[in-house]
Design a protein around this ligand. Structure first.
Ligand SMILES: NC(=O)C1=CN([C@@H]2O[C@H](COP(=O)(O)OP(=O)(O)OC[C@H]3O[C@@H](n4cnc5c(N)ncnc54)[C@H](OP(=O)(O)O)[C@@H]3O)[C@@H](O)[C@H]2O)C=CC1
Ligand SMILES: O=C(O)C1=N[C@H](C(=O)O)C[C@H](O)C1
Length: 268
């Protein structure tokens, strides 16, 4: 039987690519979509194409009937409320949108477990970013000092990126990085040392020409290790990971965070 999917944010950069892939997948069925500006239209028409029989709703709450999994690529402003709404409706959630902290995900985990619903949250669903996280987790076992630099376009509305936040929070699994001088003891403008996310300093740059790049720099004795992921301009790189999450999440209760690179490599 097909997994019935709603794509929230289906007229956006990422949601459109994901919705198109859901339509093409033989084991998935796109039953509804969400977008405020296209509310009331057919999704194909909203894309400037032939109609495809998929209604677009202006609010997620209106789009959840007969849905097994909602995939959300809307924004950091809406993701928390959307995730809770879907769980309360008994619908599994794939969280693509950035903005949820580890604390948010702990709270969501409790609600999801009570409802016996799965939530698959990915700070970055691309294969390269997934490998970045795995490489950084390995490095953190040996090199105990690190900071993260998060590069994105000047239009990205949130900071840090979901990619950088998830990386910092996953690195916290190895305990906080070693610091010689606490950030709070910094003279001058302490803000210049960046934001402390789960114990890691994160520096977000927002400049024209970047899509998204994430760099984690490990400091050792007279040496450094730099691990950097660079994103191109298409949203296609997020599709395989998102489809993997859609297929996996009905078998989950509570929150699962981050992709397994082996599972993703097999899917790609
Ligand atoms: N985890 C990952 O791998 C990735 C995460 N992201 C994250 O996904 C999110 C979306 O990014 P992107 O695709 O670039 O965004 P876009 O701005 O291109 O698209 C956003 C989509 O969501 C809809 N939307 C926005 N707000 C609402 C709302 N309040 N209610 C209903 N629909 C809404 C928009 O339609 P309308 O305005 O008409 O409502 C549009 O369809 C961001 O948080 C981004 O950081 C992006 C790429 C990869
Ligand atoms: O806002 C975006 O555009 C993106 N956001 C994601 C993030 O916050 O990490 C990742 C993606 O590369 C694009």
């Amino acid at each position: 039987m097909s997994v019935r999917v709603c794509v929230s944010g289906a007229t956006g950069w990422t949601g459109r690519a994901v919705a198109a892939a859901v339509i093409e997948a033989p084991d998935l069925e796109l039953v509804s979509a969400v977008s405020r500006s296209a509310a009331g239209s057919d999704l194909g028409a909203a894309w400037g194409q032939d109609t495809i029989g998929v209604p677009v709703h202006g609010r997620l709450a209106e789009a959840l009937d007969d849905v097994d999994v909602v995939v959300d690529y809307t924004s950091h402003e809406t993701i928390r409320a959307h995730t809770i709404q879907a769980i309360e409706h008994g619908v599994h959630v794939v969280v693509g949108s950035s903005g949820l902290s580890a604390r948010d995900l702990e709270e969501i985990d409790e609600v999801a477990r009570m409802a016996r619903v799965g939530v698959f949250a990915g700070g970055n669903f691309s294969l390269g970013a997934t490998v970045l996280t795995q490489a950084a987790l390995l490095a953190a076992q040996y090199l105990r000092t690190w900071e993260i630099v998060d590069y994105a376009s000047q239009n990205k509305p949130d900071a840090p990126s979901g990619t950088a936040r998830e990386l910092a929070e996953r690195l916290a699994e190895h305990g906080p990085p070693t610091v010689d001088r606490p950030v709070a003891d910094t003279g001058g403008h302490v803000e210049a040392r960046g934001a402390t996310v789960a114990g890691t300093q994160v520096h977000s740059l927002r400049l024209p020409s970047y899509e998204l790049a994430t760099e984690v720099i490990f400091g050792g004795a007279d040496e450094r290790l730099v691990i950097r992921h660079e994103s191109g301009h298409s949203a296609e790189k997020f599709v395989a990971g998102t489809l993997h999450a859609i297929r996996s999440v009905p078998g989950v209760i509570g929150v699962v965070r981050g992709l397994d690179p082996d599972a993703l490599a097999q899917q790609a």
